[in-house]
Design a protein around this ligand. Structure first.
Ligand SMILES: NC(=O)c1ccc[n+]([C@@H]2O[C@H](COP(=O)([O-])OP(=O)(O)OC[C@H]3O[C@@H](n4cnc5c(N)ncnc54)[C@H](OP(=O)(O)O)[C@@H]3O)[C@@H](O)[C@H]2O)c1
Length: 337
């Protein structure tokens, strides 16, 4: 039996699809208010047998922060994929992001040790990696350090990864992946899905920031492949290409049939907009659309090395051009429905 957390998310839903097709017995943790319909929708993108595959999943209600529910859902499972996390860059979510991700992962690790699971696969993030002093590519070796630009999300992913490393020191068989920005269809109101939505609506601005990008199917492939190996106590960057915001936005616009964003948003301009946005959010008690940390990362130029995972698995990544093309195609089908 395989357990998946975060099954209603972008990564988890694609992972569930992959596992359902392979014929494995699958259990997925869901919260009372989780939208499992999202998973059905993702399955339907890939197969006419979506319903049959979806029916293979045993959904169990639980909550990462409730240790007893984590312990119960893990009973009788051999393999655990821990994908769940609260992804938010909103300052108001700071404490919730830290608690949810760190304590939630500590509970997963403790339950996996107690239930003696065969192996745990943990989805960390590039946000849990360190930054090089000069411009070289970021590798798995770089140790995370806080800075004045560090988001609560980044801190939470580093500290949750530390919980997994602590578990490994206590005898847990576990492997960690650190994906870059993940592209894939289905979740258009969050993460990279918002890039598609905003460019579709006519976003005109770009920055010169550089980041790593990867297709969700490659994230699933890397994780499931690592789980099948003897590899343990190691982490792997999972990233296809390093691209500028201008390039990736241009690519999305082209595949959506829209004009590419053509106005450069300088740091000074974004800082001005961010202050207005912060004022608006304080006056009207709404979530800021442009948190300070997002502003910094939009201009940051960071490149990631995928050498280690390619060496370990002989993996060839889906080019981002193909990933963007297929995701854009699905986006257009969904908006035209
Ligand atoms: N998306 C990216 O670009 C990216 C990049 C690098 C790393 N990652 C990492 O990849 C993993 C998956 O990301 P994603 O994009 O798939 O996230 P997502 O779409 O936002 O989904 C998050 C999932 O976590 C679940 N969850 C959160 N808190 C929970 C709790 N306390 N108890 C039970 N379930 C909980 C959510 O359940 P509900 O449906 O109930 O909300 C949802 O299923 C995360 O660990 C994230 O940090 C993501």
């Amino acid at each position: 039996m395989i357990l998946v957390t975060g099954g209603t998310g972008l990564v988890g839903s694609h992972l569930l699809y992959d596992l359902a097709r392979s014929g494995e017995k699958i259990r997925a943790l869901r919260r009372r208010n989780s939208h499992v319909e999202q998973v059905r929708k993702v399955f339907s993108y890939y197969s006419v047998e979506a319903e049959r595959l979806f029916a293979k999943i045993e959904w169990v209600e639980g909550e990462l922060l409730d240790y007893q529910s984590v312990l119960d859902v893990m009973e009788g499972t051999d393999e655990v994929y821990h994908c769940a996390a609260f992804v938010s860059f909103n300052k108001r979510d700071r404490l919730e992001v830290l608690r949810n991700n760190i304590e939630g992962t500590a509970n997963m690790v403790n339950a996996a040790l107690e239930q003696k699971v065969r192996k745990l696969g943990f989805v960390s993030s590039i946000a849990a990696l360190g930054r090089p002093l000069s411009g070289e590519d970021i590798t798995e070796e770089l140790i995370w350090r806080p800075s004045r630009h560090t988001s609560a999300y980044s801190e939470s992913k580093f500290k949750s990864e530390m919980e997994v490393w602590r578990g490994i020191a206590e005898g847990l068989n576990a492997v960690i992946i650190n994906p870059s920005v993940i592209f894939g269809p289905g979740m258009w109101n969050r993460g990279s899905g918002l890039f598609f939505k905003n460019i579709w609506k006519g976003l005109r601005y770009y920055t010169l920031g550089v980041n790593g990008y990867v297709d969700v199917r490659d994230v699933v492939l890397a994780l499931t492949s690592l789980m099948k190996t003897e590899i343990s106590g190691e982490r792997f960057i999972v990233s296809s290409e390093n691209l500028s915001v201008q390039d990736i936005f241009g690519m999305i616009a082209r595949h959506l049939g829209k004009a590419p964003p053509s106005r450069y948003a300088s740091q000074a301009m974004m800082s001005f907009v961010q202050k207005l946005d912060a004022l608006k959010s304080a006056l009207f008690f709404t979530a800021p659309a442009l948190p300070k940390e997002t502003l910094h990362s939009a201009h940051q130029q960071v490149r990631y090395s995928n050498h280690k995972i390619r060496q370990a698995l002989g993996m060839e990544f889906i080019p981002m051009e193909k990933s963007v093309m297929e995701t854009a195609r699905q986006f257009m089908k969904d908006v035209q429905r």
